[in-house]
Write a protein that binds this ligand. Structure first.
Ligand code: HGY
Ligand code: MN
Ligand code: MN
Length: 415
């Protein structure tokens, strides 16, 4: 499949078509996992898979498997695909580019009469983004064995609805969880196309990136308990201000990430809630999220340890209580060297420039690396913007990335 054989308009049509399933029209894309928009988007993808003649399977977490059968049904399959859920007010391409690139890759094979030995399954993994249930990569985490039935029952959204009950209410059968997860049949390889979500490819003027390593998240919730009191009646020396303590802890996180010697490490606080949340009341409580990423587990663990110690010292000095509760602490993934070499060879054969890079964002491939050798191919996104309504791609880059993915899938599926 050369780039000319990849249908640019079909890819654009799918990306625009699925964008209709959105809770915030005109304000970016909001399609949280297990919401009505998500379920509509799942039905849309299943419909497009069936139009391509794929055999479609689903599981009780809402993962979808669109299978392009190989000539040897007993050979371990090759997986590709990504996610269709989004962050609030996010973009049109995070995850989606990989799902539709996978569909077009197998469609191009079918049009070219290419039927490899191994079945190629184009997958949609449910709930890749950090969800309202406080867990990310739900579908791929389940497949990899890092999620249990107990987790389904323990993870709940702010209304107190457990992930288990949310699945039941939608007609899934989470009671079958242990029969399905972790995925037991062997997988030969996993390849995922994704937008870079950074600006290295764009700055280098290169249309394709080969991912050498995927950073992994450590997500935690920090609760600071101080003393709620009057904003005017309490002197500055008498305060036990939960927010100011949280703010100092936030600056500590930033300083630790900035001064780390790691190849790639980030620290982010994306959400904070103050109680009671009134302009003339010193907050008695602050609850905030901590998101730490690194391509090195050791560097991440070291930052977490230094953060814990620093937070304790801040809490002591300010007379507040602080707790740091871990949600997940995932291991980074070094992408498979052989699969990455095949991707580079196919890009060279297609005369498509490429470069290696690390992925700061995590992806479903991080979990799938537990099941099979995994590799990723990136395409640029405009100014590196992602997780924002301004997220944008050049369709020519998506066509090139899809051609590289298609050629690599066909070759790997014939191994
Ligand atoms: O947050 C991430 O890295 C991914 O986009 N969910
Ligand atoms: Mn994302
Ligand atoms: Mn993504």
């Amino acid at each position: 499949m050369t780039a000319e054989q990849i249908r640019r308009d079909e890819l654009r049509g799918w990306l625009d078509g699925i964008a209709a399933f959105n809770a915030t029209p005109g304000e970016g894309i909001t399609r949280g996992v297990y919401t009505p928009e998500f379920e509509d988007a799942r039905r849309y993808v299943i419909g497009e898979m069936k139009k391509l003649g794929l055999t479609v399977r689903e599981d009780c977490l809402g993962n979808i498997f669109g299978e392009y059968p190989g000539t040897d049904p007993n050979a371990a399959p090759v997986w590709t695909g990504s996610h269709i859920d989004t962050v609030p007010n996010g973009g049109k391409y995070d995850g989606l580019a990989g799902v539709f690139a996978g569909l077009e890759a197998v469609a191009a094979m079918r049009r070219a009469g290419v039927r490899p030995k191994r079945t190629i399954s184009v997958n949609v993994y449910a709930g890749e983004e950090m969800s309202r249930f406080g867990v990310c990569c739900i579908g791929s985490r389940g497949l990899s064995g890092r999620l249990s039935l107990t987790d389904l029952k323990n993870h709940a959204d702010p209304s107190g609805t457990s992930l288990y009950d949310a699945l039941k209410n939608l007609g899934y059968a989470p009671e079958d969880f242990d029969q399905t997860f972790p995925h037991k049949a062997p997988i030969h390889a996993s390849l995922e196309l994704h937008i870079e979500q950074n600006d290295k490819l764009e700055k280098a003027g290169v249309p394709v990136g080969i991912v050498t390593g995927i950073c992994a998240p450590t997500n935690m919730i920090c609760e600071v308990d101080g003393v709620q009191s009057h904003a005017g009646g309490t002197s500055m020396t008498d305060r036990r201000d939960a927010y100011m303590a949280a703010a100092e802890m936030a600056l500590l996180l930033e300083e630790l990430a900035n001064t780390s010697t790691s190849d790639y490490i980030t620290g982010t606080i994306g959400e904070i809630t103050l109680t009671p949340g009134a302009a003339n009341v010193i907050p008695g409580k602050a609850v905030f999220t901590v998101d730490i990423r690194s391509v090195s587990a050791e560097d991440k663990d070291e930052l977490v340890e230094n953060l814990r110690a620093g937070m304790r010292a801040i809490a002591e000095r300010r007379g507040v209580d602080g707790t740091l509760t871990p949600l997940n602490n995932d291991a980074p993934l070094r992408c498979d060297a052989h699969l990455s070499a095949v991707l580079r060879e196919q890009a060279d054969a297609l005369d498509i420039p490429h470069m290696d890079l690390i992925s700061g964002p995590y992806h479903d491939s991080l979990m799938l690396g537990d099941l099979a050798p995994a590799a990723m191919v990136f395409i640029p996104c405009e100014k590196g913007i992602s997780h924002d309504r301004a997220e944008n791609i050049d369709d020519d880059d998506l066509v090139k990335g899809t051609a590289v993915l298609a050629e690599a899938l066909a070759k790997i599926a014939d191994e």
